[in-house]
Design a protein around this ligand. Structure first.
Ligand code: ATP
Length: 269
């Protein structure tokens, strides 16, 4: 839809088992499932559950995936936006867009709002790059106002993702706002193997043991890099008209991702 279309929610099918590794992050986010499934249980005894959760971690580590998995597990509507949308699409209407999205989420409660790339809209106020910076501040102020406006019992959880928590306006991190932080890390060897396993589920590999070799040979790769690696290997196999994906296809794809020729296809700041 256009920039003035009504904010709409999706129903996510992703669940926690689709997120490999990140055990600690999954555990922390999982605590919100019960609240979203049955908010009355918490309301009844006066329990205050956090509304704002900041997902912190390098690009491609699964922040968006984890947010969707929470929506999928709790089976609640998922309202999603990105900081960059406010700079590229909702120019001049950012604050109004924020207000409408929170309004729609409240009406649909229990629900989740996900704000990707919070840093692009949530940088410390007064240090913008000029042009449009007042506008950006208005949008940020509206986010703060919406977070403050939640009644304790309102079952809307706001997740925001960033790989630059250091540049965020401190106002965003105050109690009652994004006061709970969940960290996602680059995967270790075991987690890389698990990620490769998930994304190779439907791929015809010559030898599944090749994934062990790949997991060992990809330190520093993110989940998104590993997913790209598999797709690049499939493309390589197709180009040589192969029936299955070979260890050589995987190795070639790994080198490409490592050199950054595939990396550029991933969405990065
Ligand atoms: P960015 O900061 O670049 O937006 P992100 O942390 O939000 O990245 P995602 O967009 O969730 O990362 O990851 C990109 C894709 O990589 C996901 O859709 C998923 O397919 C894959 N991926 C990343 N991490 C994992 C993981 N832990 N398990 C399984 N798949 C993963």
């Amino acid at each position: 839809g256009g920039r003035f279309s009504k904010p709409s929610a999706t129903r996510e099918k992703v669940i926690f088992s689709d997120v490999a590794g990140q055990d600690q992050a999954k555990k922390e986010v999982a605590e919100l499932v019960d609240f979203l499934r049955d908010p009355q249980r918490f309301e009844r005894v006066g329990a205050k559950v956090p509304h704002g959760v900041l997902l912190v971690g390098p690009p491609g580590t699964g922040k968006t995936l984890l947010a969707k998995a929470l929506a999928g597990e709790a089976d609640v509507p998922f309202f999603s936006t990105s900081g960059s949308e406010f700079i590229e699409i909702f120019v001049g209407v950012g604050a109004g867009r924020v207000r409408k999205m929170f309004e729609a989420a409240r009406q649909a409660a229990p629900s989740i709002i996900f704000i990707d790339e919070l840093d692009s809209i949530g940088r410390t106020r007064g240090t913008g790059l000029g042009g449009g910076h007042d506008e950006r501040e208005q949008t940020l102020n509206q986010i703060l106002a919406e977070l403050d406006g939640f009644a304790a019992r309102e079952a809307v959880v706001v997740l925001a993702a960033t790989n630059r928590p250091d540049v965020l306006d401190p106002a965003l991190l105050r109690p009652g706002r994004f006061d709970r932080h969940v960290t996602l890390n680059l995967p270790d060897k075991a987690a890389r193997r698990a990620i490769l396993g998930i994304h190779a589920r439907d791929l015809p590999l010559e030898d599944p043991a090749d994934l062990d070799v790949m997991a060992a040979g990809t330190p520093g790769f993110s989940g998104a890099d590993l997913k790209n690696l598999l797709n690049e290997a499939a493309i390589t196999a197709a180009r040589r008209n192969g029936q299955r994906i070979s260890r050589d296809d995987l190795g070639e794809a790994r080198d490409k991702v490592m050199m950054g020729t595939v990396r550029s296809l991933a969405i990065r700041p």
